[in-house]
Design a protein around this ligand. Sequence first.
Ligand SMILES: Nc1ncnc2c1ncn2[C@@H]1O[C@H](COP(=O)(O)OP(=O)(O)O)[C@@H](O)[C@H]1O
Ligand SMILES: [Mg+2]
Length: 356
Amino acid sequence: MKIEEVKSTAKTQRISAHSHVKGLGLDENGIAISMAAGLVGQKEAREAAGIVVDLIKSKKMAGRAILLAGPPGTGKTAIALAIAQELGNKVPFCPMVGSEVYSTEIKKTEVLMENFRRAIGLRIKETKEVYEGEVTELTPVETENPVGGYGKTVSHVIIGLKTAKGTKQLKLDPSIYESLQKEKVETGDVIYIEANSGAVKRQGRSDTYATEFDLEAEEYVPLPKGDVHKKKEVIQDVTLHDLDIANARPQGGQDILLMIIRFIPYKRDQMEQILRLRAQTEGIQIDESALSLLADFGVRATLRYSAQLLTPASLTAKVNGRVTIAREDVQEVSSLFLDAKSSAKILSLNEDKYMK
Ligand SMILES: Nc1ncnc2c1ncn2[C@@H]1O[C@H](COP(=O)(O)OP(=O)(O)O)[C@@H](O)[C@H]1O
Ligand SMILES: [Mg+2]
């Protein structure tokens, strides 16, 4: 048999606008290091964000919100991302875009509420009484249909469960047989059955079968230790939204206390440093005079505008037969792409020429 390797069709991720940001870049005392973790300057805001991270970690942030306030391109989104990175992936982070809120189908308040609930994470720790082990046998026992007629029904299921310590045979209610089928449980799988609810969870295939020929991706788990019948601690990270999906949506809100972090516009040399960092992250070479012109544009328009000129400028450079972006390339692309302020100005000057 011939086996060919298949190339993944997953899209390669484009370099997003904030990929150089790795965290808040604070020292152990919470003081901002002038250039660290991909961030430059904006020290007070970073330190304030560090306090928020500490508040969250010490569980004192409940019922509070923060507002990042400042002109465009001053790093509000970048620092929001840095906060998320400092908190790790167990704390839900759900960015949303303004346009998501506008829909004829769903109310704005509902969209916002759902996003709030997606952003609130819970760690549920439960001690459950379970039967756990590798399935050694699985036999549905049928009886004549009690109502009469010809069909047969499952009266109960006999299941054998094995652990490193021993084996147990259980007689189960037919309703559990349905959940066993739903989870596609077969002999050789490691499962647990919750004693109270009868819920079945398939954990994977027992690793004694790890060498069997299996085309499907399969997760192998070790034979459970201890008794078949035992108390098991189950930890789950979920969001309120997950719970809403699982149950009916609970009602009722809470007052939120707002904390405001102020963002100050960057000085020219900080912009230049950030732009240099962006160029490095995007693998773009740029000469000093071009960088300096970009920084000028940053001062006149926004940092975001000049950062966005980097990629087109590198393409222009290539077209002009250069590896490194020169001043002319920056000049050329800046005349092609307008920043938001200038385009708004043109729009208002020529108001009468547009459709209303
Ligand atoms: N202090 C900073 N250090 C490094 N990069 C920054 C900093 N502030 C902003 N940036 C980068 O500049 C660009 C614009 O910032 P952004 O966070 O989108 O601004 P805002 O959300 O305040 O409008 C982004 O690419 C961002 O990653
Ligand atoms: Mg932003």
